[in-house]
Design a protein around this ligand. Sequence first.
Ligand code: FAD
Ligand code: NAP
Length: 540
Amino acid sequence: MSTTTPTPDVAPDVDAVVIGAGFGGIYMLHKLRNELGLTVKAFEKGGGVGGTWYFNRYPGAKSDTEGFVYRYSFDRDLLQEWDWSTRYLDQPDVLAYLEHVVERFDLGRDITLNTEVTAATFDEDTALWTVRTADGAQLTCRYLVNALGLLARSNMPDIPGRDSFAGRLVHTNAWPEDLDITGKRVGVIGTGSTGTQFIVAAARMAEHLTVFQRSPQYCVPSGNGPVDQAEVARTKENFDEIWHQVRNSVVAFGFEESTVETMSVSEEERRRVFQENWDKGNGFRFMFGTFCDIATNPEANAAAAAFIRSKIAEIVEDPETARKLTPTDLYAKRPLCNEGYYETYNRDDVELVSIRENPIQDITPAGVRTADGVEHELDVLVFATGFDAVDGNYRAMDLRGRGGRHIDEHWEAGPTSYLGVSKAGFPNMFMILGPNGPFTNLPPSIEAQVEWIAALIADAERDGVRTVEPTQEAEDGWTATCEEIANMTLFPQADSWIFGANIPGKRNAVMFYMAGIGAYRGQLAEVADAGYKGFERQEA
Ligand code: FAD
Ligand code: NAP
């Protein structure tokens, strides 16, 4: 259906611009163009579609959500026609899937690749957005949708001597296609989800791997392995129930979260449950499927942490390496999983350097020099140092709403939003995975947001609305809700990207709605059913 109405003021070049062509941007483009009949242009900085899965080509890159729920659910045929053969999806598989979606829905003709949006400004006189790109071009639109990615802006620590390194220095989020680490002396800084995945894969490829670890990690097995086609067929038959469960769950990972409190059972039973889930694999399952309070109750958290620590002691043969690998803090970062992470340190060609105990002094042309004076000679140095998460890509643009106010001025105390999808002072602008969106397996949350934004725009189009935007009061209320929920958990007590603690100088702030996808979808529905409560509309 075409619901396009004449613009109240000046005709824009297109109805809508979508920035980014990952999971979020691809679906938003489909929804606005193919279903609402709007004219839409999408811009993507990368040389291909896929977002995360275009850029993160490092050895070992894969999903840690199981493949059957790391996908879109919006189209029944698409769900049925795309198979998987391993429990988790390797990077090339996710990329191929997203490329397939783009082709299947004929989206490529409206996506301009290799084009970074440098500025987006709202003009109050015309009620239009002007979008400028790095090549100097500009176009106007009524609706602006930012699908910039929440883990998409690389964090590249400024370590002394960084640019003097004579070998290849790369960030995992910009892995060059021509880089093969086989037979090379490789160093890696960072042991988060990315670093641990890379370490397991790189150990098998490199001549020697040196791991520079700042914080040890709680890592559980992923249980990765082949999935036979009979299981794929069974899963496909049950997709209706599976997606119903996912959409109404907490973390949307395709398993039932536990409702049992950790300390309500005997020590023996606790260990049995932890072992059972250790054997099944998956980080979110271990944190949320074993007991219901590991992320909220310090005693429960300590029990889970102690179990993982006992596994490190069992697995790692060298006691000194085991000591360095053993975390002593809370188990309250995004839970990660990997097949054979701790086992990797039993290899002779893998060396662990605790840079907390023996800091990096500088990077030299030959490698990395640590405080003990040792120069670790390397051919390749990998920064697995993560992301300026959530708001990083927003602040990188010259993004200005009403009164020409820059997004940084609005977000001085940390990034905020109404419902994770909209921002006061930024009319007709929407965000996918904006600040204070849900903390879950992300494709189901992306779908919820895209569908909700599209419905709101369809309504505005039908009614010939000039602008629609949330009130500051609604945004403040949502921020307070997110803070209240986050403070009921242990997550704020651990330093990680979830609260911006990984970037020097970044102000710590609550950046997620942590009550789960079911509750989040409920909030979205309630707001829509109440005539978009919290939004102000200016009629044409
Ligand atoms: P992205 O895929 O990040 O896409 C955003 C796009 O916007 C990028 O292509 C970027 O180039 C583009 N862009 C940004 N700014 C501009 C600009 N100014 N101009 C033009 N283009 C711009 N999540 C899970 O739930 N489960 C997982 O298993 C999982 N695994 C992951 C593995 C890795 C290695 C990483 C890094 C992340 C993983 N994630 C996972 C998180 C993942 O980012 C999301 O699941 C999902 O891919 C996000 O999609 P998106 O479209 O929102 O963002
Ligand atoms: P991350 O979790 O932020 O980890 C970054 C690592 O780099 C940490 O070990 C950190 O140490 C270290 N580091 C950062 N700055 C450093 C510095 N200046 N000096 C030394 N070490 C430094 O980033 P990530 O591993 O890329 O993961 C981010 C998120 O992306 C994940 O939580 C997940 O959501 C997603 N992801 C998922 C997968 C998957 O399994 N499917 C894979 C990759 C990414 P500290 O801990 O001490 O800060």
